[in-house]
Design a protein around this ligand. Structure first.
Ligand code: NDP
Ligand code: MG
Length: 395
């Protein structure tokens, strides 16, 4: 390893963001080294990544896969560990410079907090961490003097628009949304969509959970909450606009009315690379955008009556406290239920709303409160799904 190389830990290296992060590292071998890779249960891919990148550590969360990984890598100088706690323990390693959080869902919260407390800069893809506990996570980042560098394309765009503007007041953030595969459709249509329909995103290839979130506009709701914490801005200063081509990745409107936009082809490798090279920009061979290929960039209002999740997320953000944590947990159970055909597409919003009404509200939650809220909500949501009358399943 050369002294110039930054050691990167990737939480969730086997996922969509994780594998693209490894491509970025490969394209910038002089700048970065993959130091720690983690997977939930995809042992085969973790093994092949370890063989290619020879990281210092690999961690497989699913303990039953430990021996398989250990034996496959026995001939290499790679430390193999298993279980969630191993991530929390290993991320403190003094040689790690940046942690790219690309695991999906609430599972990212505790390892990210451990990384912040160990003084590591965070390249944050795992938006659920900020949705659940944005106040605590951003306060800890300040306390430990670490940067939270957005990877989510919209937030990376805003972050790029804000470069050099620290003294200038923001009027509003304008977050773009593709609208997903069901843009323009009504409730009658959505009542009957299948998981296969919902998994076909028009512009991005992503993991299953975020793809469903994009189809239901919950992803945009989570991103509004994420933006509040990343940019310290109020809910009513965050506007969502549907832009089906996904070329403008988001915008900032300043107090003088001027709007800055960040543009490019939809390719997560760019925001990943920017988070890792920030504040520098480095050369790459990613495909370039051409205006003449996109003569029509269009914009429309989101349909909040049909895609209720976006409204629910705004409501949760305005209520504050543990409400965003409640909608996150409810949504994780709803998406899992939709993906295994236990509930229909529209029932996801009903389930989230039920949880918002029934789970104990806490105005100023501690981390323990968040962990308990997450558990309580999951149990409530699972019971709710089991009790749903058959006809409600496809409502
Ligand atoms: P994927 O489902 O493709 O990958 C998830 C990764 O997390 C995999 O490595 C998976 O391991 C691991 N993982 C899953 N569950 C757990 C768990 N309980 N504990 C530990 N590790 C786990 O997701 P994406 O890459 O699409 O998304 C990752 C995060 O990035 C999400 O928070 C998403 O919202 C965010 N994001 C993604 C974008 C994208 O374009 N994909 C864009 C912007 C943000 P295994 O493979 O073994 O299951
Ligand atoms: Mg996004």
């Amino acid at each position: 390893m050369s002294n110039q190389q930054k050691n990167i830990a990737i939480f969730g290296s086997t996922g969509s963001i994780g594998t693209q992060t490894l491509q970025v590292i490969k394209g910038n071998g002089n700048l970065f080294r993959a130091f720690l890779l983690t997977a939930h249960s995809n042992a085969d891919l973790l093994i092949s990544q370890a063989i290619e990148f020879e990281p210092e550590y690999v961690i497989i969360c699913d303990q039953s896969k430990y021996l398989q990984v250990k034996e496959a890598l026995a001939h290499l100088p790679v430390n193999v560990l298993a279980g969630h706690q191993a991530i929390i323990d290993t991320v403190t390693h003094p040689d790690i410079a940046v942690v790219l959080t690309a695991m999906v869902g609430f599972a990212g919260l505790e390892p990210t907090i451990a990384a912040i407390k160990a003084g590591k800069d965070i390249a944050l893809a795992n938006k659920e961490t900020l949705v659940v506990a944005g106040e605590i996570v951003t306060a800890l980042a300040k306390q430990y003097g670490v940067k939270i560098l957005p990877v989510d394309s919209e937030h990376s765009a805003i972050f790029q628009c804000l470069a050099g503007e620290s003294a200038n007041p923001i009027e509003k953030l304008i977050i773009t949304a593709s609208g997903g595969p069901f843009r323009g459709r009504g409730l009658d249509f959505l009542a009957n969509v299948s998981r296969e329909d919902a998994l076909k995103h028009p512009n991005w290839v992503m993991g299953a959970k975020i793809t469903i979130d994009s189809a239901s506009l919950m992803n945009k709701g989570l991103e509004v909450i994420e933006a509040k914490w990343l940019f310290d801005i109020e809910a009513d200063q965050i506007e969502v606009i549907v832009h089906p081509q996904s070329i403008i990745h988001s915008m900032v409107q300043f107090k003088d009315g001027s709007i800055k936009a960040q543009m490019g082809l939809p390719d997560m490798k760019l925001p990943i690379q920017y988070a890792l090279t920030y504040p520098s920009r480095v050369q790459n061979d990613f495909k370039r955008f051409s205006f003449t290929d996109y003569p029509n960039l269009t914009f429309e209002k989101p349909d909040l009556d049909t895609f209720r999740n976006l409204n629910l997320a705004y409501m949760a953000l305005k209520q504050g406290g543990n409400m965003p944590c409640i909608i996150n947990a409810a949504n994780e159970i709803a998406v899992a239920g939709f993906l295994n055909n236990s509930i229909g597409f529209l029932a996801m919003s009903n389930l989230i709303e039920e949880c918002m009404q029934h789970i104990t509200y806490i105005a100023q939650p501690t981390l323990t409160d968040y962990l308990n809220t997450d558990k309580e909500t999951r149990i409530f949501a699972q019971n709710f799904i089991q009790k749903l009358p058959l006809k409600a399943i496809h409502y």
